[in-house]
Write a protein that binds this ligand. Structure first.
Ligand SMILES: [Zn+2]
Length: 76
């Protein structure tokens, strides 16, 4: 799984994707045990963070950058 640099503590490859939804089978819980992802539960509000730092516990939404980029594009 892809790992990310933490936006809070700056540690490289310390953050993982947060997966929402009910885990089907044992694959996702096993990946969480290995520290490859974080399970965010089955309740999605639409404004949930999708990156979690394993080093400092900071969580953030990586999509905000993408949305901001789209906004810039629509301006042209
Ligand atoms: Zn961190």
């Amino acid at each position: 799984m892809t790992k990310y640099n933490c936006q809070s503590c700056g540690k490289k490859n310390a953050a993982v994707a947060i997966i929402y939804g009910l885990p089907l089978g044992n694959i996702l819980p096993e990946m969480e045990k290995r520290g490859e992802i974080e399970l965010g539960g089955c309740c999605v509000s639409g404004d949930d963070p999708n990156r979690a730092c394993k080093a400092c516990g900071y969580k953030w939404t990586a999509d905000k950058k993408y949305k901001a980029g789209k906004k810039v594009l629509s301006f042209r």
